[in-house]
Every structure is written in structure tokens, then in C-alpha cells.
Design a protein. Structure first.
Length: 126
């Protein structure tokens, strides 16, 4: 049986400026999985940098509220909400609340640095 606690995962700032803790990744475990799973946090009043992945991603909001942006479309999101992000879509999320926005990020196939492109706000593709 495999069990991993969030508290045992190293916290780091991701390329998009979210605060991440990686829970599962096929290259870092012996598990037979193709996806990666991370816990993400965006502080109140902050937002991630626009970015895109070659792979699909799903966010599951666990706490807080925000505004999700995907390819120029924006939608309010909050606790117990799942968001599908298609491959190749430019995306970012902003925390519009007064507390941390916390969500799980599932990337399939698993996240790889070479599959992600991060933009500065000034250079975001339209």
C-alpha cells in the first residue's frame, strides 16, 4: 500500500509562481501511473503566470475562490469545483478571495518541464 502525506512533500515555487507540493509522479515512485498529482496554493490577491502545457490538466479546487482564465475565457471558480484545461491552452488562475486558494492539479501524461511554456503577463499570447 502506498500512502503519502502532504506535509511530507517539499514545498517550492513553480514556474507559474504557484506554491506546489508534488504528491505523485511516475518518475519519482514505483507506482504504475501515467499522471502527476500536485497540491497547489495561490495566496490571496495573487495570480499565476500565464502558461500552457502540451498535455491536459485538471484543477480541483479545495479551498478559496478565484477566477480561472483559459484561452481568453474567464470563469469564477470555488471550493468543490473541477476545471478541465485542454492541451495547448494558455491558462492562469487568480485568487479573488481573502484566503489561500488551494487546489489539486492532475496532469496526464505526467508533468514534464519541457512540456510547459510560461509567459510574462506582458508577453502572453492572444
Amino acid at each position: 500500500m502506498f500512502v503519502k502525506y502532504l506535509v511530507d512533500c517539499r514545498e517550492f515555487v513553480a514556474g507559474d509562481d504557484s506554491i506546489l507540493r508534488e504528491l505523485l509522479h511516475p518518475e519519482k515512485t514505483d507506482l504504475q501511473i501515467r499522471y502527476s498529482l500536485a497540491h497547489a496554493k495561490v495566496m490571496a490577491g495573487q495570480k499565476t503566470k500565464p502558461h500552457k502545457l502540451r498535455t491536459c490538466e485538471v484543477y480541483y479546487i479545495m479551498a478559496g475562490q478565484g477566477l480561472m482564465h483559459i484561452d481568453g475565457e474567464s470563469r469564477e471558480v470555488s471550493r468543490e469545483c473541477a476545471i478541465y484545461i485542454p492541451p495547448g491552452s494558455t491558462q492562469y488562475i487568480e485568487n479573488t478571495g481573502n484566503s489561500d486558494l488551494k487546489f489539486l492539479s492532475i496532469v496526464e501524461p505526467a508533468w514534464r518541464k519541457e512540456d510547459e511554456e510560461v509567459f510574462d503577463s506582458e508577453t502572453t499570447p492572444q
